[in-house]
Design a protein around this ligand. Structure first.
Ligand code: GLN
Length: 466
């Protein structure tokens, strides 16, 4: 018999409805995987808390939570030393919504510190391993979420995506990962990295599960002014019988024949294109002419916003406080120097620089203008096509320790950053396995802002076509 932790959300719900097992059985099964976790996907697990919620709601399904989303009474370290010992005083909106929709937050999963990175090696608590090859990274920053889903250490997980942090790890670990449109999901209670980009999204074993979990967390929230009153469609219902017939899929020419892309990624992406065509989709070449600027724009805007957001970690209000300080200024300086890791410091320094007087217009102001051009590219493309299909990450999972240079690491998000800047929705869907390594590779579908229903339908039809 297969184990309960191998199930996805939909199968788990069916089993509960049939009376085969209860939420308590599910949570216990997931806890057994947490206790034997040799990937270091989890950081902590409030076992008693999860079991108590399962006893109260025997039809609920456990979901692992990235360690930057606040769950009342649980630690929330953002994989940083600076938040060691911090306990959340309240639930993030995504958590209260999830609970109301029949889910239980179950376990906190590893990530790059403050979501900065593409490998989960930037966690202050040690790296997570890829379930398909333990010497390799699971991707990042939602690497714990991806490893837990792909390695069957949980039923489903929440991740966050600022420039690719749901999609790239989903591609590396054979999961479905959806980055919702900016504003679709509330960020209240989600530790901010870059506030104009951050989104929470589902990481799951199937497209149907992603639809169900997204539906649970999406929607207007009084506590997040970027969430419009746009009603949340019934995603799970809408994807039933999804088809690619007559769907116009754009292939942005700037995303193909790019240097540094692994040959197996290209082969699997080409195969995905053929499968869409065979399933009745109409393929159209499109152009997103400002693509090559997106990376530079992101590495100005994201660090700028991060430097402002991370100013709150000062040794006074949260987490780590230096014992070496002798006055208030040295308290700030030493607490931050001791608490933040090297990548976070690099971002704060870059961000502070591009916002400083005399440089603001030259860097930050210009980056904002170019961001508008990047966004316009997508608006124009979506005037012609329903969705875009692109590679998701340039390579399959790389080895732990393999990428030492930060710029090389940043290139992982080449294909995911432009859509993040544009605020549109995008997803990574498993597309195949590289030869001869057997490492999973996902492809990316991108749709317009608040077009998640369309995106999920296309992903579902592609999943079925495979
Ligand atoms: N890898 C990118 C970065 O380091 C994106 C991270 C993310 O989406 N949170 O900023």
């Amino acid at each position: 018999m297969s184990e309960l932790y191998e199930l996805g959300i939909s199968e788990a719900r069916k089993g509960i409805a049939n009376g085969d097992f209860t939420a308590v059985d599910l949570v216990e099964s997931v806890i057994s995987r947490y206790e034997s976790d040799d990937l270091h996907a989890y950081l902590t697990f409030d076992e008693e808390g999860a079991l108590e919620l399962a006893r109260k709601n025997p039809r609920a399904v456990p979901v692992a939570v990235k360690d930057l989303i606040n769950v009342e009474g649980q630690p929330c370290t953002c994989a940083s030393k600076i938040l060691e010992g911090y306990v959340s005083p309240y639930d993030a909106t995504v958590i209260s919504r999830m609970k109301a929709a029949g889910f239980i937050p179950a376990g906190r999963v590893n990530m790059d510190e403050f979501a900065m990175g593409s490998s989960t090696e930037n966690s202050a608590y040690g790296p997570t391993r890829n379930p398909f090859d333990r010497d390799r990274v699971p991707g990042g920053s939602s690497g714990g979420s991806a490893a837990a889903v792909g390695g069957n250490l949980c039923i489903a997980a929440l991740g966050t995506d600022t420039g690719g942090s749901i999609r790239q790890p989903a591609s590396f670990c054979n999961c479905v990962g959806v980055k919702p449109s900016y504003g679709r999901v509330s960020r209240y209670g989600v530790t901010a990295f870059a506030s104009s980009l951050d989104q929470v999204g589902p990481m799951t074993k199937s497209v149907e599960d992603a639809a169900v979990l997204l539906q649970a967390i999406a929607g207007h929230d009084e506590m997040d002014g970027t969430t419009p009153r746009e009603p949340v469609p019934d995603y799970a219902e809408l994807i039933r019988g999804a088809s690619l017939k007559g769907v116009r899929i754009g292939l942005p020419k700037e995303y193909f024949n790019v240097g540094g892309v692994d040959a197996e990624v290209s082969r699997i992406t080409d195969e995905a294109i053929s499968k869409c065509e065979a399933a009745g989709a109409e393929l159209v070449e499109v152009s997103l002419p400002h693509t090559s600027y997106a990376m530079a724009v992101y590495y100005i805007i994201a660090p700028a916003e991060a430097s402002a957001n991370l100013a709150r970690f000062d040794g006074v209000r949260y987490g780590h406080r230096s014992r070496e300080a002798h006055d208030v200024l040295s308290l700030y300086a030493k607490s931050r120097a001791e608490g933040f890791g090297p990548e976070v410091k690099r971002r704060i320094i870059m961000g502070t620089y591009v916002l400083s007087s005399g440089y603001y217009d030259a860097y930050y102001g210009r980056a904002q203008k170019v961001r508008t051009l990047v966004k316009r590219d997508f608006d124009e493309a979506f005037g012609k096509v329903d969705a875009l299909l692109t590679p998701c990450a340039p390579t399959p999972a790389f080895k732990i320790g393999e990428l030492q240079d930060p710029l090389t690491m940043y290139l992982n998000d080449l294909f995911t950053i432009p859509s993040a800047l544009a605020g549109v929705c995008a997803a990574s869907v498993p597309a195949g396995f590289a030869k001869p390594s057997g490492l999973p590779v996902g492809v990316q579908f991108v749709c317009g802002s608040f077009e998640e229903a369309r995106l999920l339908k296309i992903c579902k039809a592609f999943e079925d076509a495979r």
